[in-house]
Design a binder for this molecule. Structure first.
Ligand code: SF4
Length: 284
């Protein structure tokens, strides 16, 4: 556990998480809007749905194995629902009754989707929502790990996903997150997990073996991003990296480069009509 980390630039965060690191890698300017300027980035419906499903499964897997049933999951969902329903971000979606019903239905599909991947009563759970803060290759890293299991006497780190699984060629990038979690568990507990696993609820499991060799690339990438982030914070220079994701960026209205990118994509019909930037910029 790392108690205190000295930071170089005033804006450098004390810890780098997987999501913060990915955002900086995708676009340093987006990272600055989010983590330095702290501009609003309210979670949309898919993120809130993921939060709801995660919370139900977190509590379900804390139950005794024989109690991890769909009926118990339903009870937990009913207990947790008022918290979601009264959440400011959820209220801001302004869903009507039919849309709320659909939200609940999709959430239940995600929760029930766990049974398509595994029998929860047979999982040997060691930890849920494990908050780990460690140094990884000289980088202060923080991860909140959905589950650490024991399987055949070895540890397995697992993360729930309620979105679509990636295409095969992008699976490695997605697995980097759980590989970093495995490295963090090794630092925290002195035991290297055997597997790192992504549970795409209702769809498929994507997993990889963990070894010193498979940890090298994600830790190396984390170090590179941390070094770049240090330079960016020192010089207060956060370049924009435009691309297709500008059309989905919550900060596009603050970003002239991003707006230009979206306008060009629209003029050449290279942007989906449901991309949020189109309405945010008043282009549709
Ligand atoms: S709109 Fe594009 S370039 Fe601008 S911050 Fe967002 S992702 Fe980066």
């Amino acid at each position: 556990m790392v108690d205190e980390v000295k930071t170089v630039g005033g804006n450098l965060p004390p810890y780098l998480s997987s999501s913060s690191s990915s955002m900086f890698d995708q676009c340093p300017s987006k990272w600055k809007f989010r983590y330095v300027d702290k501009l609003p980035d309210p979670p949309g419906e898919p993120a809130l749905l993921g939060t709801f499903a995660h919370e139900v499964l977190e509590f379900l897997l804390q139950e005794a194995p024989e109690c991890r049933t769909k009926e118990r999951a339903k009870e937990l969902a009913a207990q947790i629902w008022p918290k979601i329903e009264n959440n400011d971000d959820f209220l801001a979606l302004e869903l009507d009754d039919a849309e709320i019903k659909e939200f609940k239905w999709k959430s239940w599909n995600a929760i029930e989707g766990l049974w398509k991947l595994e029998d929860p009563s047979k999982v040997e759970v060691k930890d849920t929502e494990r908050d780990v803060r460690v140094m990884l290759g000289g980088v202060p890293f923080r991860g909140v790990i959905d589950r650490v299991d024991k399987e055949n006497q070895r540890l397995v780190v697992a993360d729930y996903k309620s979105g679509k699984p990636p295409k095969k060629r992008f699976a490695g990038d997605k697995l980097n997150q759980v590989l970093l979690y495995a490295a963090a568990i090794r630092e925290a507990d002195g035991e290297l997990p055997n597997k790192a696993r992504l549970l795409f609820l209702g769809q498929e499991i994507i997993e990889t073996e963990v070894s010193e060799e498979t940890l090298k690339a994600p830790i190396g990438k984390l170090q590179d991003i941390w070094n770049e982030l240090n330079l960016a914070c020192d010089s207060d220079t956060f370049p924009s990296k435009t691309g297709p994701l500008c059309a989905w960026c919550p900060f596009v209205t603050y970003c002239p480069d991003g707006e230009e990118e979206v306008r060009q994509r629209l003029s050449t019909q290279r942007v989906r009509q449901d991309a949020p930037a189109l309405s945010a910029l008043g282009l549709i």
